[in-house]
Write a protein that binds this ligand. Structure first.
Ligand code: ATP
Ligand code: MG
Length: 395
């Protein structure tokens, strides 16, 4: 995409009432627009990131047998109707129509949708919205054993998601409160000062315990040596929960087993907040100059900066842009005229695409373009062919 066609522009300041780093950087970069506390619109660049995250989650959910659907945002609750704040009831109601025999189970439907909650602490930018976009999957199994089998698979799928999204190295599967039906739930907590939770990490086992369940007895149970734990602030980017028959009982969600007996369906829930995940990536992967998107979620992989506006430079930049497009490499092309090199560099750092490619009189004199990773200080000169080869081999 040509940057001259992007209606959003970077700005120097975020709204005064914005306290969080993620929203500040995302607003300055023109990724999101703040409507009010805890409510944000996603602008073109922000939506691209959200969709990339959605793609990562979808592929992992489909790989463990998930089937995507979409429940309505408006839901009835007794005599009242309102906006969805969770999905268990909607799913239980729908599945009642389709589940009658053991042959109908297990099933793993899921959806992406907007959720509404009257959060009182909306000070964390897109990490805690009053309106937010999430993925929720519900598992419907015949019994505890079948449920456990899927629950274990979902743990690995969640690990893959956070790994692919670039925050795997900071994310710990964390034992948390299981509610009335199971001993523990599992949260996926990413270490960041911007988080609202406190966790205790056992680095050798690669797991953590949430402060809310942290007792000597729980550490015995999990075989964790207390001495080794490190306390950290963290944010819950996702969670998985065994619900047992908490919802199937009141909704009378039953099936007939092989012996002809009526049994209650065993359920689990598996959530991820996409805005929360996006905000977390910004919190943990940014520097003083701006955002550092992992390649997997970046709105564009390459950012071409054309400097100097000379005929020769323009021609070279246009050719490169066309070559990258035909190679299927997503590219943002800063073709804006009469902007200083300094302004273009500052914008590129703020927007945070993984590779910056400068086309200038100086780079042409060296017979190429200057390629620099967002994470590196120095770039290197490459010919267009070398750049294409370099990007292809990095895929
Ligand atoms: P928290 O304790 O942080 O409020 P929760 O326990 O209420 O989270 P769930 O209701 O289980 O979370 O929702 C599933 C997932 O949705 C969470 O793991 C988180 O990633 C995301 N999420 C929850 N609340 C919000 C919110 N207000 N804004 C953005 N994402 C959210
Ligand atoms: Mg909550």
């Amino acid at each position: 995409m040509k940057q001259s066609q992007l209606f959003t522009k970077t700005r120097k300041e975020a709204p005064k009432d914005e306290e969080s780093k993620n929203a500040e950087l995302l607003i300055k970069g023109g990724f999101i627009h703040k409507e009010m506390a805890g409510v944000y619109s996603y602008l073109p660049l922000g939506l691209k990131v959200l969709k990339n995250i959605e793609g990562i989650i979808r592929s992992e959910m489909d790989a463990i047998g998930g089937t995507e659907m979409r429940t309505s945002v408006i839901q009835s609750n007794g005599t009242e109707i309102g906006l969805s704040f969770t999905n268990e009831e909607a799913y239980s109601n729908i599945m009642k129509q389709y589940v009658s025999s053991y042959k109908d189970l297990p099933i793993y439907p899921y959806d992406f949708k907007n959720i509404f909650r009257n959060e009182t602490r909306s000070k964390s930018g897109i990490m805690r919205g009053r309106e937010f976009y999430w993925k929720a999957l519900y598992s419907f199994s015949r019994d505890e054993a079948q449920h456990e089998e899927f629950y274990e698979k979902s743990k690995q799928a969640y690990k893959n998601i956070f790994q692919k999204a670039g925050i795997g190295h900071l994310t710990y599967m964390t034992f948390a409160s299981g509610g009335s039906f199971s001993k523990f739930s599992h949260e996926f907590q990413t270490v960041t000062g911007a988080g609202e939770d406190t966790i205790y990490i056992d680095e050798s086992k690669g797991i953590a315990v949430n402060k809310e369940v942290y007792t000597d007895e729980v550490l015995a149970d999990l075989g964790i040596d207390k001495e080794k734990l490190v306390e950290q602030r963290a944010v819950e980017v996702g969670n998985i929960f065994s619900l047992s028959t908490k919802f199937s009982e009141p909704f009378d969600l039953t099936y007939t087993d092989e012996a002809g007996e009526q049994k209650l369906v065993v359920m689990g829930s598996y959530g991820i907040g996409l805005g929360r995940l996006m905000g977390t990536i910004v919190e943990v992967l940014s520097d003083d100059n701006g955002i550092i998107w992992p390649e997997s979620v970046a709105p564009f992989r390459v950012h071409i900066l054309e400097l100097g506006d000379s005929e020769e430079v323009l021609k070279e930049a246009e050719t490169l842009y066309a070559a990258l497009a035909s190679a299927g490499i997503e590219t943002l092309y800063d073709d804006r005229m009469e902007m200083s090199a300094g302004e273009k560099f500052a914008d590129a750092d703020l927007l945070g695409m993984p590779y910056r490619v400068v086309v200038s009189a100086r780079s042409l004199k060296e017979n190429g373009v200057e390629v620099k990773k967002r994470t590196e200080e120095k770039g290197q000169i490459m010919t267009q062919d070398e750049l294409l080869h370099f990007l292809k081999t990095k895929e």
